[in-house]
Design a protein around this ligand. Structure first.
Ligand code: SF4
Length: 217
């Protein structure tokens, strides 16, 4: 079985398990989505949602965060990991959005990735979930699962993104990104299984006898 055949099996099974999928991070506009994605680095979506539910009703535009200033932003997000660094990024990016982009979140990878604290993964999530642009954000779950399913050699996240984009039709990228994340959290956890039990692996690799090694990001 080749990679394209395995990709078809993965897509079919994931569509069956997750016919509809909810965006896990709560937001009220593209700006707050950007903030939530930035906050979710090294932190669970549940923690981010618990913190932001007390912030976004009152503060949901770049100008609100500029007015708050760094110290007050720190206080608001202090339950989240590396909050000082994140508060600095939120404050600085809010200033850039107001000064350079008319208070709006830009719609291109290039402009998004120039914002403080925003890397390619964050930009991809914003482009896909905020603007509906086909993107394939690769996080640690997706990187791990793509290796276990034999869809990439797992060299690094950049390679994984390229490989997955080649294997799956563009129209599936945005939903598939979330489906793989959900599957990774629910069934295919980092330390739990190495490729021997459930339907995706047993269908793609019926002869697999030994656990497979995963290259970390
Ligand atoms: S068999 Fe293991 S590695 Fe394969 S999809 Fe299931 S949980 Fe993941």
């Amino acid at each position: 079985m080749n990679e394209a055949q395995r990709a078809k099996i993965v897509l079919k099974i994931l569509n069956k398990i997750y016919p509809k999928i909810k965006v896990p991070l709560k937001s009220r506009n593209v700006f707050t989505l950007l903030i939530s994605v930035l906050l979710s680095a090294q932190c669970t979506d549940v923690t981010v949602n618990n913190v932001t539910k007390n912030i976004y009703p009152k503060y949901h535009k770049p100008k609100h965060f500029i007015k708050l200033g760094r110290r007050k932003i720190e206080k608001l997000i202090k339950k989240i990991g590396i909050f000082r660094v994140k508060a600095k990024s939120i404050y600085n990016l809010s200033k850039i959005l107001v000064n350079k982009h008319g208070g709006k979140v830009p719609k291109t990878f290039d402009e998004l990735e120039k914002l403080p604290g925003v890397g390619h993964k964050t930009a991809s999530v914003v482009m896909s979930q905020g603007f509906g642009y086909p993107a394939f954000a690769i996080d640690t779950h997706i990187h791990r699962l793509a290796q276990r399913w034999g869809l990439t050699n797992g060299k690094n996240v950049t390679q994984t993104e390229k490989d997955l984009k080649k294997l799956f039709p563009k129209k599936n990228w945005n939903k598939l990104h979330l489906q793989i994340i959900y599957y990774g959290r629910e069934f295919c956890k980092a330390r739990d299984c190495y490729g021997l039990t459930c339907k995706i692996c047993t269908t793609c690799y019926p002869k697999r006898k030994k656990p497979i090694k995963t290259i970390k990001t």
